[in-house]
Design a protein around this ligand. Sequence first.
Ligand code: FAD
Length: 537
Amino acid sequence: MDVLTPTVCPGAICPDLVEGSDLADYGKYLADESRRSGTADALAFPRSTAEVCGAVNWAKDRDLGITVSGARTGIAAGAVPDGGLAVSLERMNRVLGVRTAGDGTFLVRCQSGVLLSDLQHSVQSGTFADAASFDAESLAAVESLKTQSLFYPPDPTETSATVGGTVACNASGAHTFRYGPTRPYVHGLTVVLGDGRVLALERGRDVVEQSGEFLLATADGQEAVVRIPEYTWPTTKNSAGYYAAEGMDILDFFVGSEGTLGIVTEIEVRAIPAPEMSCAVVTFWTSEEQAVAFTETLQDGRDMLSVEAIEYVGPKALSMLRNRRTQLGATSGVPGCLPETAHCAIYLDVGTSRDSYADALSKLAGVIEDHGGSPSTCWSAVERDERERLRHFRHALPETVNAHIAEIRKTEPSITKLGTDMAVPGGRLVEAIGIYRSALREAGLDYVIFGHIGDNHLHVNILPRNAAEYRTGWDLYHRFADAVVGMGGSPAAEHGIGKLKTDFLRTLFHDEGVRQMLQIKAAFDPHSRLGKGTLFA
Ligand SMILES: Cc1cc2nc3c(=O)[nH]c(=O)nc-3n(C[C@H](O)[C@H](O)[C@H](O)COP(=O)(O)OP(=O)(O)OC[C@H]3O[C@@H](n4cnc5c(N)ncnc54)[C@H](O)[C@@H]3O)c2cc1C
């Protein structure tokens, strides 16, 4: 059996390291979008893998824990430090090169602090701000990219996330319905382990053998046997815990590990051909039953109808958007012509070849009519700017909820965002929605439901008015998690476990699964230096 051997990195002094009273100016690095905030003894801003090693060695010498920070758009507090050294990767923001692999796959290599929006724009436009530093192979690949139409599919709603953060959370989004989450697009990773050594991993090359084991060289020259955990990974979307599957690539342990196994410093991702024609459509429905039945038909006919994304705007969420429009007018991102009879809405993206475009749209119109909807009241957009406006209609929802919570926190600072992130297997959506709605009604809580209905993954955002309702909301959240796991789903489908949902890791994988995860952690991070309080309470 080959031994996976991290390289020893002497490290480079990280010149941008802040300590002591100077930290007072860096408060934003102690919190994320969950609105929880923590503390740190020091903060480092490395610019290279060697400087990350230097920062890790600095922490090691002082026996400090390390928390990795991307853009802190996370909503589970994974990037919120619990003392020790916080390592911000925001200055590691260079695209390092591009290449075409032997099979024609187009690969982009970047530092982990590159913003997702910048990476997506570069791949789509073929323009790279760092091209001046590219080698000849990269420059040739860029020229070839300009003649093709490619894109990088992972699309969490918040595109100001870093590419490293999306890898660490295995982020997903609306287009996961057609293209899957971040994981399959990660081709290579460079990872600094908690002892300062460096692993360079490549998909297809560094694979766990059939025995389910691999050997990892330890810092003292020994070889540790590492076993793939035996738990069953949910078939739904899931971002809870360490991935496990027969014959898996070793880099897949790091994808979704939320900064607890290693610091991802460089990433090679795969871009794929973009559809020739795209259309965004918002359909309106007079009942939730109609909207769900429509979704199920689209799920069954996903290939025939060329649907890339199916997103739900529930009744109260639609009211929230109506109010937003009333308050903010045209700047709200919500068009003024919301049909008055609309009870809820489904947003769709359709992506096809030029030849099948008209056919796909006409079939879609037929499905809308079959379910009692009206194609004539739908909104549709073909041009890129117009499609972006419709996307913003859907994306305005999490922003509105966050603003609402921020307002409540002014009088009830103990309240944080209380949004569920649960996916259920196909065919269980109606049952899941029924459980959510009846429990919330019974408890008298205010809430909105929206999200990735195509993946049977809805966000129930509970809107507590005071601390007592907040506590009730958390109790319900736990009840929902039990119900969803009972159906074979995931209680943390895309936002990760972070520090706020550690109970759910046990709900999903039980004590034995968590024990096996801790064994993986002990192999890659033997001194438990990374991500204190994240995943494991
Ligand atoms: C309005 C809004 C909408 C959102 N919608 C979605 C959505 O649709 N889908 C979705 O998946 N998420 C969504 N998110 C959550 C968030 O954007 C994602 O989790 C994103 O992947 C976090 O990236 P980040 O760079 O901000 O990471 P951070 O928040 O900084 O960190 C997240 C976790 O990853 C770890 N980490 C970060 N970088 C690295 C690295 N280089 N190496 C190792 N560990 C690292 C951190 O320690 C932490 O545990 C949303 C957030 C907001 C605010």
